[in-house]
Design a protein around this ligand. Structure first.
Ligand code: G1P
Length: 307
């Protein structure tokens, strides 16, 4: 147990191309696709803020400037809303707005992998532990995943990773950990491997896209060679960091939606609308109606002609 610097900064790697969502992502970054009425990235930034994060570091790429606009003050819009007496909308916009100087943007100039994206944030993070949130994954739970991880980290220090269970046949899609003894609301991580070949995973506990890392990771990433998929893998660098520093896991038990997949994105829209008191009843009604009416593989006539 050690006294730790608090987790004040968070990194959001948002440079990905979003090819799985083309043509929607031709001109709109995938992080700006909406779940109910706010972009995916907003959920992740809100999770970080709720966990006590005060500085938001976005690692962007080309065609991502609209993310910066989203987190900026839109003076004309605010003026118009004020003139029209739209106080609820103004408050909503104010809530999402980082204070001046609380957001930084840096570019990952080439798509060399998650490890490389994280390394691009090194100068802005400096010499303190930081959170890393992968914006594809958004979550529902009474207490957020990162908040629980921050709580664990305040007791253990070291590095803390969020994990969840996946189907055994899906382990090759993720970073997988080997679980050790229980510590506080978490456990020690004995080992980890990025995208293990099918049948060779040490467990079905996968890294769910939430990390608290020590800044020493940057020195390792600086020299990290490419790994699985030819990319500079964060998991490989974490394995090297684990030679000198402790790693703990937090098993998140809420709902997670992988908005990097179409099915996960649609499920997120349904789930988050069912969480909204102003929408839940109507959405439930619409879904029940659809489920009773639409037959599997039903197509419009025009779609059939195109095939
Ligand atoms: C990344 C990480 C992997 C993690 C996953 C969660 O993989 O490398 O360890 O389990 O995110 O979504 P990617 O989805 O970028 O292939």
């Amino acid at each position: 147990m050690s006294t730790q610097k608090p987790v004040r900064k968070a990194v959001f790697p948002v440079a990905g191309l979003g090819t799985r969502f083309l043509p929607a992502t031709k001109a709109v970054p995938k992080e700006m696709l909406t779940v109910v009425d706010r972009p995916v990235i907003q959920y992740v930034v809100d999770e970080a803020r709720e966990a006590g994060v005060e500085h938001f570091v976005f690692v962007t790429g080309r065609n991502k400037s609209v993310i910066e606009d989203h987190f900026d003050l839109q003076v004309e819009l605010n003026d118009t809303l004020r003139k029209r007496g739209k106080t609820v909308e103004i408050r909503q916009l104010e809530e999402l707005q980082p204070k001046p100087g609380q957001a930084s943007f840096t570019r990952q100039q080439a798509p060399l992998g998650l490890g490389h994206a994280v390394w691009c944030a090194r100068d802005i993070i400096g010499d303190e532990p930081f959170a890393l949130l992968l914006p594809d994954m958004i979550m529902q739970s009474p207490k957020s995943c990162l908040s629980s991880m921050v709580e664990l980290h305040s007791k253990t220090g070291g590095n803390v990773l969020g994990v969840e269970e996946c189907k055994p046949e899906d382990t090759h899609k993720y970073g997988i950990i080997d679980r050790g003894d229980k510590v506080g609301n978490g456990f020690i991580i004995n080992d980890m491997v990025e995208k293990p070949p099918q049948g060779s995973a040490p467990s079905n506990l996968y890294l769910n896209g939430r990390y608290i890392l020590q800044p020493k990771i940057f020195d390792i990433l600086e020299h990290q060679k490419s790994g699985a998929g030819g990319e500079i893998q964060l998991t490989d660098a974490m394995l090297r960091l684990a030679e000198t520093e402790d790693f703990y896991g937090f098993h998140f038990k809420g709902r997670t939606f992988d908005c990097g997949s179409k099915e996960g994105f649609i499920a997120a829209n349904v789930a988050f609308s069912l969480w909204r008191p102003d929408m839940a009843d109507n959405v439930r009604h619409e879904i029940e109606k659809l489920l009773s009416e639409v037959k599997p593989f039903e197509r419009r006539q025009s779609d059939r002609r195109e095939q």
